[in-house]
Ligand binder design. Structure first.
Ligand code: ADE
Length: 269
C-alpha cells in the first residue's frame, strides 16, 4: 500500500487527485475496523455506541458525510457548528464541522474552534470515541510526502509557549492519542503538532524538532486542542491526517494547501 499513498516526483494534479481519493476511501473504510480494537483496549467501556467525528472544513468533510449517509441535524443556534448524524454497523455516528465565520464567510478553523466543538460534542452526544480527520502540512525533511496519511501517536502544541517551570510542559501538551494497530500498520504514524497558524515561524520549527521524543512530521490546527478536551473526559481520541502541503519545501504553503484541498474535494465528489 505504501506505493499507493506516495506520489511520483513529477506527478500531474490529476494523479494527485486520484491518490487523495484512494486515501480517503481507505480512511473511511478503516474507521469501522478499529472500533472493536478500541472496545477491547478500554475495559471500562462496554461497547462503543457513539462515535464523534470532528472535521474542521466542510470541503474536507463532505465525502465522509455522503459515504456514511449522514443527515444534517438541527444544531444549537448559539454556535456556528454543523452537526450531521446517522447510524452505521449499529453505532451512532455524529459528525461535526466548524461552520462559517459570520463576518468573513470562511470556514472556522483553528484550535480554539476545535476545543469548542469537542466540548460541545462530548457534552451533547457522550461519545465513547472521538475521531479527528482532515488535512495537514508535513515536513519533507522527516519523510512526509503530499498525499501521505498519518495516524497520530501523540498530539502536541508547537505555539503554546509558557516559559515557566511546569507550565512549559503544560504548554506543549504532549497528549496521548489512541493509535489502533489495525490502522497503524496501514498508514504512517507520527506525533501531530497543532498551532493556530497555517504557516510556521523558524522558532516554532526549531521547537518542534526538539520538544517531542518522536519528531513531529505533521502540523495542523486542531488535534492537540481536541486531545486536551478528550483527556478531561477520558475519551479515546484517534487522529488521522492527510498531507496537503510540505512546510519545508520551496512552494508556498498556502498555495499548495489550497490547490490540493480543491483537488482532494473535487476528486471525492
Ligand atoms: N492543514 C493543511 N495544511 C496545513 C498546514 N500547513 N498547517 C496547518 N494546517 C494545515
Amino acid at each position: 500500500h505504501q506505493n499507493m499513498i506516495q506520489l511520483k516526483n513529477n506527478f500531474t494534479w490529476e494523479e494527485n487527485g486520484m491518490i487523495f481519493k484512494k486515501n480517503h476511501q481507505i480512511i473511511r473504510k478503516k474507521i469501522f475496523s478499529f472500533l472493536s480494537e478500541i472496545e477491547q483496549q478500554n475495559n471500562e467501556i462496554n461497547k462503543i455506541h457513539t462515535i464523534l467525528i470532528i472535521i474542521a472544513m466542510e470541503d474536507e468533510a463532505s465525502p465522509t458525510i455522503s459515504y456514511l449517509g449522514l443527515k444534517q441535524l438541527q444544531g444549537n443556534k448559539k454556535f456556528p457548528f454543523k452537526i450531521y448524524g446517522g447510524e452505521k454497523n449499529g453505532k451512532r455516528i455524529v459528525l461535526m464541522t466548524s461552520g462559517k465565520d459570520s463576518t468573513h464567510g470562511v470556514d472556522n478553523v483553528g484550535p480554539q474552534v476545535a476545543s469548542s466543538m469537542a466540548t460541545i460534542g462530548i457534552h451533547e452526544f457522550d461519545p465513547n470515541v472521538v475521531v479527528n480527520m482532515g488535512t495537514a502540512g508535513g515536513f519533507k525533511a522527516s519523510g512526509a510526502k503530499i498525499g501521505s496519511v498519518y495516524v497520530g501517536t501523540k498530539a502536541q502544541f508547537h505555539d503554546r509557549r509558557i516559559p515557566i517551570p511546569k507550565f512549559d510542559k503544560y504548554g506543549s501538551g504532549d497528549y496521548n492519542t489512541t493509535t489502533p494497530t489495525s490502522i497503524n500498520g496501514m498508514f504512517k504514524s507520527a506525533t501531530i503538532s497543532t498551532g493556530s497558524s497555517l504557516d510556521i515561524t523558524d522558532a516554532e520549527k526549531e521547537r518542534l524538532s526538539k520538544q517531542s521524543q518522536q519528531m513531529a512530521v505533521v502540523k495542523e490546527m486542531e488535534a492537540a486542542a481536541i486531545a486536551q478536551v478528550c483527556q478531561w473526559n477520558s475519551t479515546p481520541f484517534v487522529v488521522i491526517k492527510a498531507i496537503t502541503d510540505l512546510i519545508d519545501s520551496s512552494a508556498k504553503t498556502e498555495e499548495e494547501f489550497l490547490k490540493n484541498l480543491k483537488i482532494a474535494s473535487k476528486s471525492l465528489q
